[in-house]
Design a protein around this ligand. Structure first.
Ligand code: DGL
Length: 269
């Protein structure tokens, strides 16, 4: 019985890791579309087609529920996929809502009208496609009023992480934080709006300073998944867990093992 977790590459492992810790009895089937990463520089049509094919692959392997552990896919493809209709008994969910509910101090699924919240100046770090979609601001506007969001499109960071070049990734993150601070000198909170970025969480926190609360998605998504599965146990699906990639399994295995600090063996899709 496996839940599907999808990302363009390795970033979704930050969500998978948290989900495995929170739900040790659940199997997960992870799908990295490494051959087409990064998604963040693609247009919305392209992201939609790639995401739909990958999610279909996970459904076909017995997953009933697929989590898009990718903000770029959540921003560009999720709503369109849900509106186009999903096969009976299948679901696809994104990673934005748990994060925004945490930021706006809401309980899961609290759909009451938007209200004023504590935080007023928020920095959003995300891929170019996520930033240009404005999906984060749209979801936030359903829940909060008066929040000023400054977004920074973090070009190059996902490529550097996928290449295992953490020195370059660090330099790029510092540059993007500086650029953000020129637009918003004193953010109260920062959203790591790409699942790759928690791998650089320390660098973000150092560059932002200790007074900025940095939000990552791993634990928040894991907690809301646990709640969802309790309410929908039939969504556990069939089939075995594992790790799939459209890229080179050996390379992806090495990088994933490095990030998760445990042997993580990928197979070809
Ligand atoms: N982890 C993906 C996200 O959360 C990265 C997207 C990309 O491939 O650029 O947006």
């Amino acid at each position: 019985m496996a839940v599907g977790i999808f990302d363009s590459g390795l970033g979704g492992l930050t969500v998978l890791n948290a989900a495995q810790k929170r739900l040790p009895d659940v199997d997960f089937l992870y799908y990295a579309d490494s051959a087409h990463a990064p998604y963040g520089v693609r247009d919305a049509e392209d992201i939609y087609n790639l995401t739909r094919a990958a999610v279909q692959g996970l459904w076909d392997r017995g997953c009933n529920l697929v989590i898009l552990a990718c903000n770029t896919a959540s921003a560009a493809a999720l709503r369109r996929m849900q509106e186009a209709g999903v096969p009976e008994g299948k679901r696809v969910l994104g990673v934005f809502v748990p994060l925004i509910e945490a930021l706006t101090e809401r309980q899961w699924g609290d759909n009451s009208p938007p209200r004023e919240v504590e935080v007023q100046h928020v920095a959003l770090f995300a891929t170019p496609a996520t930033v240009s979609s404005r999906a984060f601001q749209r979801e936030l506007a359903f829940r909060a009023i008066g929040v000023d969001v400054e977004a920074q499109a973090c070009g190059g960071v996902v490529d550097a992480i996928e290449d295992g070049d953490m020195i370059l990734a660090e330099a790029l993150v510092r540059g993007h934080v500086d650029a953000l601070k020129r637009k918003m000198p004193e953010p109260q909170a920062a959203i790591l709006g790409c699942t790759h970025y928690p791998l650089m969480a320390e660098t973000f926190q150092q560059a932002l300073g200790p007074h900025v609360k940095v939000y990552s998605q791993g634990d928040l998504v894991a907690e809301s998944l646990a709640d969802y599965l309790q309410r929908h146990p039939n969504m556990l699906g069939e089939g075995a867990g594992g790790y799939l990639t459209t890229g080179k399994p050996g390379v992806v295995t090495d990088r994933a093992t490095q990030f998760l600090r445990r042997k993580t063996t990928f197979e070809a899709t």
